[in-house]
Design a protein around this ligand. Structure first.
Ligand SMILES: Nc1ccn([C@@H]2O[C@H](COP(=O)(O)OP(=O)(O)OP(=O)(O)O)[C@@H](O)[C@H]2O)c(=O)n1
Ligand SMILES: C[C@](O)(CO)[C@H](O)COP(=O)(O)O
Length: 234
């Protein structure tokens, strides 16, 4: 039963990274988790969603792994060229959305290919919570540990008040036109952004933080994949 309260949305999956911190024999999105690639698990979070308008996947131009996946033939998946940085891969995907007919007022959810454990409940909670939001927002997790600011000497400079600190996750959900303008303006200004929300912040907006599960983690280092693989076996 389709939930009429959730908005329709486009999905952008940046998957053009090399995964250097994983130190694997291939980009981490192509490492195997529970019998399939991490990327296939991540795509599955979106492809069967009843409110999905379309999905654009940003891939490295010389990616030899994608054509080997069964889902490479899936007509629901459109491609965009990955860029030098994640932000470039996302920007190219937004341009592809325009080509596909996406409108400036359409919701776009940007989700890292390296986050295969997104729960449908979190996805729907994000969509429902932001459906009428004037800005948009992101899934995030409140800091759980005591946080320290480090000095160049590797010693503690200060303890940061964790009650006001959140870890930004994805999906990050913004209107197509507003996000395109924010990313373009940040690039022109030479502002390096590591997520969509920071571009919106730079544009003077205050994205809403929507608490999600901490196990929607980004597979970044070997221990991340080992943990999730063990978790999925249970
Ligand atoms: N030029 C890039 C860099 C990253 N990504 C994607 O953005 C997501 C988050 O980036 P990150 O975890 O940093 O991935 P990598 O850049 O591959 O990792 P690393 O920094 O360890 O090289 C990943 O799904 C990655 O594939 C991308 O599409 N284009
Ligand atoms: C977008 C992101 O996953 C939010 O935490 C993060 O900024 C990606 O950073 P990365 O260095 O590209 O992994």
């Amino acid at each position: 039963m389709t939930d009429l309260k959730l908005p329709a949305f486009w999905a952008v999956i940046p998957a053009a990274g090399v995964g250097s911190r994983m130190r694997a024999d291939r980009p981490k999105q192509y490492l195997t988790l529970a019998g399939r690639s991490i990327l296939e698990h991540t795509l599955e979070c979106f492809l069967d969603h009843p409110h999905l308008l379309g999905l654009v996947l940003s891939l490295a131009a010389d990616d030899p792994y994608w054509p080997q996946l069964p889902c490479a033939q899936d007509p629901r998946i459109q491609r965009a060229n990955g860029g030098a940085e994640r932000v470039d891969s996302v920007f190219n995907a937004l341009l592809r959305l325009e080509e596909l007919g996406a409108q400036a007022d359409d919701w776009v959810l940007v989700h890292d290919a390296a986050r295969p454990n997104l729960a449908r409940a979190d996805l729907d909670n994000l969509l429902g919570a932001l459906a009428n939001d004037p800005v948009g927002g992101l899934l995030a997790v409140p800091a759980r540990d005591t946080l320290k600011r480090a000095g160049e000497d590797g010693r503690v400079r200060e303890t940061i008040d964790r009650s006001v600190v959140w870890q930004a996750y994805t999906p990050q959900m913004f209107r197509l036109g507003a996000l395109q303008h924010a990313l373009a303006d940040a690039q022109v200004a030479g502002v390096a952004v590591t997520d969509e929300a920071s571009a919106m912040e730079w544009a003077g907006q205050a994205p809403r933080l929507i608490e999600g599960r901490a196990d929607n983690l980004k597979i970044t280092r070997p221990e991340d994949l080992q943990w999730l693989a063990q978790r999925w076996k249970q």
